[in-house]
Design a binder for this molecule. Structure first.
Ligand code: COA
Length: 254
């Protein structure tokens, strides 16, 4: 099994687990990612993606890539799996230690939130292998870091270290390796405290092409404005304030 998934009520932790091959993403891993996406589409939960053995993923499996043909390229084997991850209803957090290269980097780009350790090495060396990054880097990386920086990375095939990735905003924060998963869970905890439907609608709006704004927000917000959870959460807020104000009054009178 190349992908280990731990299912919790409000989140799933998926670990790329092929450390002897630096978690290189092979067909079995892609199939497992599709199965995982199926479960998360049916029962939306936050996904934390990480890798075992101090590596996120050292790319697509080069042993398999070498034999792939034009027809395989057109099937977009990795791209379709990563798009499905990107489109998951709830947020995806990539917790990255060590190498995230090639397809491994593209898997990380498909996440909504990326955090890393100081050992991070991220980039797309595909052109050095005679291919291009075709599973998200050319359209997602410019959205994340801007076109100039994406061009710098993709046209040179160089690798960023943790500090540069942080400075570019490619990762949001750095954590010592033994605190990485706690940091990922803390983000998932924050998400879990909010209304899941409001989070899903926010993610959908973030993913929507520019031409469809703000109509998409109006439609999504219309649904939320009528939701019982909105009423419950807002009433709870207002009642807390009233209770606090009444408490202040009583204290003043004493
Ligand atoms: N695909 C297939 N196998 C890979 C792999 C990949 N992307 N990355 C690493 N491996 C395998 C190696 O072939 C080696 O297998 P072996 O023990 O059977 O010989 C094993 O994983 C360990 O790799 P090794 O290079 O010895 O580890 P390292 O810690 O010294 O170096 C890397 C790690 C990531 C720097 C190095 O493995 C590397 O450059 N990998 C390829 C990165 C890449 O070009 N990715 C883009 C692919 S599109």
């Amino acid at each position: 099994m190349t992908l280990r998934a731990e299912e919790l009520p409000d989140r799933v932790v998926a670990v790329l687990d092929r450390p002897e091959k630096r978690n290189a993403i092979d067909q079995e891993t892609i199939d497992a990612l599709h199965t995982l996406c199926g479960a998360l589409e049916a029962a939306p939960r936050t996904l934390i993606l990480t890798g075992s053995g101090g590596v996120f993923a050292a790319g697509a499996d080069i042993a398999q890539l070498r034999d792939r043909t034009a027809d395989d390229a057109r099937r977009g084997i990795n791209a379709l799996a990563f798009i499905r991850i990107r489109e998951l209803p709830m947020p995806v957090i990539a917790a990255i230690d060590g190498y995230a290269l090639g397809g491994g980097a593209e898997l990380a780009y498909a996440a909504d939130i990326r955090i890393a350790t100081p050992a991070l090495k991220i980039g797309n060396p595909e052109t050095g292998l005679g291919i291009m990054a075709a599973a998200g880097a050319t359209w997602r990386l410019p959205e994340i870091v801007g076109e100039a920086r994406a061009s710098d990375l993709l046209l040179t095939g160089r690798t960023l270290d943790a500090e540069e990735a942080l400075q570019w905003g490619l990762v949001s924060s750095l954590h010592p390796a033994d605190e990485l998963m706690d940091a990922a869970h803390a983000i998932a905890d924050r998400i879990a405290a909010n209304d899941p439907l409001a989070t899903q609608h926010t993610k959908r709006a973030l993913r929507t092409p520019r031409a469809q704004h703000p109509a998409i927000e109006f439609d999504l917000q219309a649904e939320l404005f009528e939701s019982p959870e909105k009423h419950r959460r807002m009433t709870a807020f207002l009642e807390r304030r009233t209770e606090r104000a009444q408490g202040d009054e009583v204290r003043k009178k004493r």
